[in-house]
Design a protein around this ligand. Sequence first.
Ligand code: TYM
Length: 337
Amino acid sequence: SLRVLTGITTTGIPHLGNYVGAIRPAILASQQPATESFFFLADYHALIKCDDPDRIERSRLAIAATWLAAGLDTSRVVFYRQSDIPEIPELTWLLTCVTAKGLMNRAHAYKASVDQNELAGNEPDDGVTMGLFSYPILMAADILIFNANKVPVGRDQVQHIEMARDVAQRFNHLFGNGRQFFVLPEAAVDEAVATLPGLDGRKMSKSYDNTVPLFEGGAKGLREAIARIVTDSRLPGEPKDPDSTSLTALFDAFATPSEREAFRADLRAGLGWGDAKQRLVEQLEREIAPMRARYEELIAHPAKIEEALQEGARKARALATPLLAELRQAVGLRPMV
Ligand code: TYM
């Protein structure tokens, strides 16, 4: 059977980019026959960018409730906190020892920090922790510990999954003795929404402060965010270029092909930006409003979420523990006492 796995870093509040890039495709994949799914809260990854424990806790709860509200079925999906699986950091170390430093030098997130330092006239590695530098190895361990074949993500994560393949191949080659300990994972990217733009047209991202929150702030928050989408100054009645703003890309991510065409045609025919934003809000609400109601119910009952995560951790560890025992033996470590 096929194994699908994905995670979200618990540093923020889920936005539309997380939903269309990862959550929605992952849940759709989990509903296919002969599929085993692993969806998790990447709270070890959160420590790389965040030293505020309360923020991590709030984000973990919000992201967990978002998955459940979006339709994750815990009887079909292993749903867990990364930090409940100690085999993950242990595998990270085994993988770290076979990963070339040069491979990590090429990681986009690390290179972006180095470039920023260069622009600011700082030392190249200023502010770069070892956590940030070796982040892709922790992510490789997340994927390889459950031998996932398919990893639904937005485009920004594709390089990390390619690195996970490299690391897996290296480990198989060194210790497999003809055996393939690890399956080579593949990114599953929905090209239509691989990079959802934010309010200003750049990639929707917490770090650009241009996100549209999925549930946070309620219907009012959604309306207010949409009102801030940047458009040109063409007046109602003037023809608009549908691709001159991120409004259309957001609409597309929540519409059928014929709805998309109609929206574009109306913009070309002079639909006002204010009316277009109103249409976008209605389109989003059709999909989001029912989920938001479930989200609010879930957030009010964190004990239920906790129960689901503990059950998920038990299922996940039942798979991770025996694999790690084999890996320990393969590299020359003794079984755990
Ligand atoms: P994170 O938390 O930054 O993002 C979670 C998911 O949302 C996707 N995404 C987007 N997709 C389309 N358009 C956007 N504007 C957009 N913004 C975010 C991301 O591509 C991602 O799929 N390192 C990962 C978390 C992680 C992980 C893993 C993922 C840890 N271990 C193992 C897969 C497998 C991250 O920080 O994603």
